[in-house]
Design a binder for this molecule. Structure first.
Ligand code: PLP
Length: 459
């Protein structure tokens, strides 16, 4: 066993990981990366098929981002935003406002997706108190939602496996059905599914809007739930309803932001401007932890007053607006402009669609879902009758381990094999990665399903 694998197994507790099986199986130690590939301790290379969990955008060791961080290091690595401003944070805020949906004009920084959402929830809650409508204090969230792992964001989460154990600690949201067509319990077609899910939301808002502060949702794709994709029109309809019933809309673009869906933000697909928007994952191009919660002048202005009015938003983190992270993010956004990254995406989305076709024919593939550069391949023991594999088979994880043998790193969410490559992935690389996935699904699912110990089967 490699020295660092041994130290890892002795000292580290990994996220979302059953450490017993982690320690019992060989693990890969990443020592370097180049472009869209990761390199391990033995010099083996793997395509980064999950963009290092959504964060990588332009590939690893991108010259311009490396240079921006080094340049900023020659000035100052960190200074606090409590009582001081800094250059990269100011530059980045302006750039974010320029590219964000219309009306989002103020930027509150934090460190990760969970805190960006936590901030959005707290701002929405306090906003109604300043407006003299303090009874509006509840949140509407979707079933199967994932907004992070802090107690506030777990409260609006809906993934039983992750969230149930913490139930006694949480505040209680109003849950509405997840608009996921493949799993829809209402209807056969996306149009009917959309109608039913919108109707369920309308009923809740009509009856309880006087108690509701905000609707919270992941636009277009519920990622952690297994790339559940909502029918066209759903997001725009929810925006319409929240306006009609005087309820705020909080959009969690932590996963979908920065080009993932084929446009800069998922909201653009349905011309939606939310009241609050959470950003993180791709914001620094996969270099440093940073997050932002964007909001409107209307909400920001509701917090203005004299010190004695006690309208201040009392929330902040030690590394809020960190100059190094903001410098990386500024460089990240400049690459979007200079290399016309968004303009190149439709052709890549089409390449993915083309090479997903053979997967749809495989015997144990129930559903293949795609939204831009986000793909979910749902495996089923019996697709015709939608019978899933037994939990202990770890079929999704088996496919991912096969893919790793062929030089592609991907992760399962249960039995959904997920694929979200860096935006910089070339057409040839996309083709190669999808061929590996196809071969891995075919080989893993053609064996008699037998239980295996696979570490970290989720996420
Ligand atoms: C990953 C994720 C989060 C949490 O972000 P962290 O940086 O892991 O805290 C929140 N919302 C969505 C939609 C996510 O995908």
């Amino acid at each position: 066993m490699n020295e660092f694998e041994a130290k890892d197994k002795e000292f580290i507790w990994h996220p979302f990981t059953q450490m017993k099986s982690w320690r019992e199986t060989p693990q890969t130690v990443i020592v370097a990366a180049q472009g869209n590939k990761l390199i391990d301790q033995d010099g083996r290379e793997y395509y980064d098929g999950v963009s290092s969990l959504w964060v990588n955008i332009h590939g690893h060791r991108k010259k311009e981002i490396d240079a921006a961080i080094i340049e900023q290091l020659g000035k100052v690595a960190h200074s606090t935003m409590l009582g001081l401003a800094n250059v990269p944070a100011s530059q980045l805020a302006e750039m974010l406002v320029e590219i964000a949906p219309a009306g989002l004009r103020k930027v509150f920084y934090s460190d990760d997706g969970s805190t960006a959402m936590e901030v959005a929830i707290k701002i929405a809650f306090q906003y109604w108190q300043h407006k003299g409508l303090g009874k509006k204090c509840r949140f509407v969230a979707l079933e199967q939602a994932y907004h992070g792992d802090t107690v506030g964001t777990v409260s609006v989460g809906g993934i039983d496996l992750f969230h149930r154990v913490f139930k006694p600690l949480l505040f209680d949201p109003i849950q509405v059905p997840s608009p996921s067509c493949y799993h829809c319990r209402f209807a056969a077609s996306p149009e009917e599914c959309c109608g039913e899910c919108v109707a369920a939301m309308e009923k809740v808002l009509a009856e309880q809007h006087e108690q509701i502060a905000a609707v919270v949702l992941e636009p277009l794709v519920q990622a952690a739930a297994g790339m559940l994709m909502s029918p066209p029109g759903y997001l725009a309809k929810i925006r319409e309803l929240t306006r009609r019933f005087n309820v705020l809309l909080i959009v969690d673009e932590v996963a979908t932001g920065f080009g993932r869906t084929g446009k800069m933000f998922a909201c653009e697909h349905e011309d939606v401007s939310p009241d609050l928007m959470a950003l993180s994952k791709g914001i620094t191009g996969g270099y440093l932890p940073l997050a932002a919660t964007l909001t409107t002048d209307e909400i920001y202005n509701a917090f203005l007053g004299e010190m004695s009015d006690k309208k201040t938003f009392y929330h902040g983190h030690s590394y809020t607006g960190n100059p190094l992270a903001c410098a990386a993010a500024v460089a990240n956004l400049r690459i979007f402009q200079n290399e016309k990254v968004i303009e190149a995406l439709p052709a890549k989305v089409e390449t993915i669609r083309r090479y997903l076709t053979p997967l749809r024919q495989l015997a144990h593939v129930g559903d293949v879902r795609q939204c831009g550069l986000i793909v979910g391949i749902e495996l089923m023991a019996d697709p015709a009758n939608k019978v899933p594999y037994a939990w202990h088979c770890g079929m999704g994880a088996q496919v991912c381990m096969k893919a790793r043998e062929y030089g592609l790193f991907i992760r399962p969410v249960g039995d959904v094999v997920v694929f979200m490559p860096p935006l910089s992935t070339t057409h040839a690389e996309l083709k190669h990665m999808l061929q590996i996935i196809c071969r891995s699904v075919e080989e893993a699912t053609s064996r008699e399903a037998e239980p295996v110990a696979v570490s970290g089967a989720h996420f």
